[in-house]
Unconditional design. Structure first.
Length: 57
């Protein structure tokens, strides 16, 4: 699987594993800890800030 991160439909990064994408977004959004958020909450926060995650198999 490949995880692709976009901001406002512009490519930012592509990784084979989810954790590097999650860590990169944590730093971009200035969040302290992503472990307290569920995946759905994390994704909603990212979408509010113009980020989009795409998963390809």
């Amino acid at each position: 699987m490949k995880y692709i991160l976009y901001k406002n439909n512009k490519f930012i990064m592509e990784r084979k594993f989810f954790y590097p994408v999650k860590s990169h977004l944590k730093n971009l959004l200035g969040m302290k800890n992503l472990m307290v958020l569920s995946f759905k909450e994390w994704l909603e926060t990212a979408e509010k800030n113009g980020y989009r995650l795409e998963v390809k198999k």
